[in-house]
Design a protein around this ligand. Structure first.
Ligand code: SF4
Length: 276
């Protein structure tokens, strides 16, 4: 049986970069999980003595702190600076960008609309760079309160949102506001993995999707694969492989969620090679 990896799978650029930064800074703490994969978090702990702080209170003054890919708020950054923490910034550059845009546009007197989920750490961070009275988080066009907006508006998006949904927000704004500055801050990483999995699932007899059972992007990958290849299975690691799945199959496609490290993908491939 042939095994083929999707042309794009697993870690995105921002996560790969954050892991490399962490590995270069052993004996430090990450503020917030660098990645939603417990096996990788344990590997970083075991091999590099990197601990996880889930709140700012868990960080002692002067400790070395790695800032997660989704970033933190401006206030939290100030606290770390005041505490004399050594700050290693692993915020993904695609997340830093909307933070900078929101800060700049606010300074230039624009109302700023942020399309995203107000409870997501990335959006909390991006929002913190705007002026409270003139910065608004919206999830749908109906959330836009035109009465509060100035005659010039800047708009950014959460990095993981769908372009079609961002377009709806932009259209709603341009229909009522004279000057709208649109910054497309959507990151393509998630869609690249999805497109590659979809392509491979159309040819494969069996698809193995590797990732956390609770990770929304992994579940989405699995559901895309399933609609093209009925024998699509979602596993967290090689221990969940069932040899019977591969009987009579000639092409096994492999994809992995954005928080699945390569070493788990390799373990899965090695296990499949041994049984099929
Ligand atoms: S913005 Fe894109 S590249 Fe950066 S961490 Fe998020 S998904 Fe990855």
């Amino acid at each position: 049986m042939k095994i083929q990896l999707a042309s794009s799978y697993g870690f995105c650029y921002g996560v790969k970069r954050a892991i490399e930064i962490a590995q270069h800074n052993p004996n430090s703490k990450t503020y917030g999980p660098l990645i939603h994969n417990k096996d990788e978090i344990s590997r970083l702990k075991q091999n590099y003595n990197i601990d996880l702080a889930t709140s700012i209170d868990e960080l002692r003054p002067q400790e070395t702190v790695i800032i997660r890919t989704h970033g933190i708020t401006k206030d939290e950054l100030q606290i770390l600076k005041k505490q004399n923490n050594t700050i290693i910034n692993a915020t993904c550059p695609y997340v830093t960008k909307p933070q900078q845009i929101v800060e700049q546009m606010s300074k230039e007197g624009y109302s700023v609309v942020i399309f995203g989920d107000k409870d997501h750490p990335e959006i909390k961070g991006v929002y913190s760079y705007g002026q409270e009275k003139n910065t608004f988080i919206v999830n749908t066009p109906d959330d836009i309160d035109f009465g509060l907006l100035k005659s010039k508006v800047a708009v950014v998006s959460q990095t993981t949102r769908k372009p079609q949904d961002f377009e709806k927000i932009v259209n709603a704004l341009t229909s009522r506001i004279k000057e709208v500055r649109v910054f497309n801050t959507i990151c393509n990483a998630t869609f690249e993995n999805q497109d590659a999995a979809m392509e491979l699932a159309q040819e494969a007899d069996i698809m193995i999707v590797i990732g956390g059972k609770h990770s929304s992007n992994t579940k989405q990958l699995h559901s895309i694969c399933k609609s093209y290849c009925k024998d699509s299975f979602l596993i967290e690691n090689e221990s969940e492989i069932v040899p019977q799945w591969f009987e009579g199959k000639s092409l096994c496609g492999i994809s992995a969620g954005a928080s699945t490290p390569d070493w788990i993908v390799q373990n899965v491939i090695n296990t499949i090679n041994q049984i099929a």
